[in-house]
Design a protein. Structure first.
Lengths: 289, 279
């Protein structure tokens, strides 16, 4: 019964792992691979593009993770205070929604409302409010200093609501007696929030952070659909670097070199997972995997 | 005094969440409104000024858009089915505590969550198998999802083992137990994980970008992307402007999901919570 699963794992996971050997070869398109030992790695570390991509990967995904987690926790604490069940349910339904939009759709939506003309909602609003001059519209997704903050904002828009689910599940398991006892002792709303609700979320927050830290190196699609040539230096991450170097470099695809970049990416990812797993064991008494 | 303070807080809270919902929905609303507006410049209008369906007519009368939509439907259906088969089979084997080699098998699967070959070695394998430029690549590759196998296993674990024992005493084979006991008891998990697969197949862009060059095999996400980038505008019909068509095409990618969403929401949430039980 396990055969289909094993066959899939062998073809789509283990065969590529076997292909990592090309990281030590010169392998360009149709030509036969030639063993060159560590030359690909030497080239990689001397490339400015690689170093920028490496730094961007870590910065973009870690800041994104912290921001999304913080916003989701704040939002769950506040959702938990809503008394009307109907309103709470309606608010949850709406804030979950963007999570299901594909990144292509998300990028399309924001490309349209951030459009650098008077047709774009944001620029038109800024002009109307007198913050911008007509004709000085900002090209948010193509501006070196705007791209990164806009990227974080889009991520918060897309995933904060969905992130609250796991915290809401934890909150619903807190015994109401705790709150009653605190009220009798004279605790106010914010004291209860700070001394009961937040501490009971602590464990879940740590689990979410750890689980997601393991994924930081895999950043790809969200960046790929939002970036453009003007902001490549600010937005290029390892996966997009690999993609462009292989399929869009204008020359024959240098599979050997990009496999080597991928290997570094996988190794850093692997180290992060192992570190997170042992952190998880310390914090929770059990690992993730 | 106390109640008055609480009311003020509640009003602020309600206003805050109305604002949050407004901010969440406004980008989507704006695209919706603009898809029905035939003026050239939209600005900050939240209601169409020159109402008309020409944007949608342009999208739907264009045969090059109907085809990608169909490809999205086919790959989503086939992929979801494949994903569910592999996840349930994998999870069922992983809960056989007495089976020799079980921990080896689970190790083989879990290892792939920690370490993988990466984008290019996977591309080279798919290429060598001759799957590039065929829909097989985008159906088969995402079908095995180890995270979903783990979710499914967590759910199977909650089925009482005594049910399996009594069935096997009655002469039921392991595969019979799987078909007659495990699957019927797991409808909620099948719905939850099936929906996760369906959403990821429907939204897939990365795999198409990597493995599909032939534009006849593009799914709707790929098509939408090329429309937005302006490299592949369908001819506008009537008084629709280029922007109206872009907005309308974006809406067409969202609408099927928006229709299903209210009915499926509880299963999506269940999916997250199955994972949370054991994580």
């Amino acid at each position: 019964m396990f055969m289909p699963v094993l066959v899939f794992a062998a073809i789509f996971y283990y065969a590529p792992i076997f292909g990592i050997r090309y990281a030590f070869y010169e392998y360009k398109g149709i030509k036969e691979p030639v063993f060159i030992a560590f030359k690909n790695f030497e080239k990689m570390f001397s490339m400015q593009g690689f170093r920028a991509a490496f730094r961007n990967t870590l910065v973009l995904s870690i800041v994104k993770l912290l921001l999304n987690t913080f916003m989701a926790v704040v939002l769950s604490l506040l959702l938990n205070e809503i008394i009307s069940l109907k309103f709470k349910k309606a608010a949850q339904t709406i804030i979950y929604l963007p999570h299901f939009m594909s990144w292509v759709v998300t990028a399309s939506v924001f490309a349209l409302i951030l459009s650098p003309t008077q047709a774009g909602l944001v620029n038109s609003l800024l002009t109307r409010m007198g913050i911008l001059e007509r004709g000085a519209e900002i090209y948010f997704l193509g501006n070196k200093s705007w791209w990164t903050p806009v990227y974080y904002i889009i991520n918060v828009w897309k995933d904060t609501g969905w992130g609250t689910i796991i915290y809401m599940a934890t909150l619903s398991s807190i015994s109401p007696e705790l709150y009653e006892a605190a009220s009798i002792d004279g605790a106010g709303r914010f004291q209860k929030m700070g001394y009961i609700t937040l501490p009971s979320l602590a464990n879940t927050i740590i689990v979410v952070l750890i689980l997601n830290l393991a994924k930081v190196m895999n950043l790809f699609e969200s960046v790929f659909v939002l970036q453009n040539d003007a902001v490549l230096r600010q937005s290029d991450v390892l996966q997009t670097y690999i993609y462009y170097q292989t399929f869009n470099s204008g020359a024959l695809p240098n599979y050997g070199y990009t496999t080597a970049v991928g290997l570094i990416k996988s190794m850093v990812g692997c180290i992060l997972v192992i570190a997170c797993n042992s952190a998880s064991k310390k914090v929770r008494g059990s690992g993730i995997v | 005094m106390m109640t008055k303070k609480l009311t003020a807080f509640n009003i602020l809270l309600t206003l805050f969440f109305l604002l949050i919902c407004f901010v969440t929905i406004i980008p989507l609303w704006k695209v919706f409104v603009d898809s029905l507006d035939l003026r050239t410049a939209y600005g900050m209008k939240l209601w169409p000024e020159k109402f008309g369906f020409d944007g949608y007519v342009s999208v739907f009368t264009n045969p090059t858009l109907y085809h990608p939509f169909l490809i999205s439907v086919i790959t989503t259906a086939a992929g979801t089915l494949l994903g569910l088969i592999l996840s349930t089979l994998g999870a069922y084997v992983l809960i056989q505590s007495g089976m020799p080699g079980r921990s080896l098998l689970s190790g083989v699967l879990l290892f792939t969550m920690i370490f993988n070959g990466g984008m290019i070695p996977t591309y080279l394998v798919i290429n060598k198998l001759g799957l590039t430029n065929t829909l097989w690549s985008v159906i088969l590759l995402p079908g095995l999802n180890v995270f979903n196998i783990v979710l499914m296993r967590n759910f199977f674990d909650s089925i009482p083992k005594s049910l399996f024992e009594s069935a096997s005493i009655d002469g039921c084979s392991p595969f019979g137990i799987f078909l007659r006991i495990v699957l019927p008891l797991s409808k909620a998990a099948l719905a939850a994980i099936g929906l996760m697969f369906a959403v990821s197949y429907w939204n897939d862009y990365t795999n198409y970008k990597l493995y599909i060059v032939n534009s006849d095999l593009y799914n709707f996400q790929m098509k939408l992307r090329s429309i937005i980038l302006g490299s592949d505008m369908p001819t506008a019909v009537g008084s629709a402007t280029e922007n109206t068509v872009k907005n309308a095409a974006t809406m067409v990618a969202i609408i099927p999901f928006m229709i299903l969403y209210p009915f499926c929401q509880k299963y999506f949430i269940k999916g997250v919570n199955i994972g949370a039980v054991k994580e």
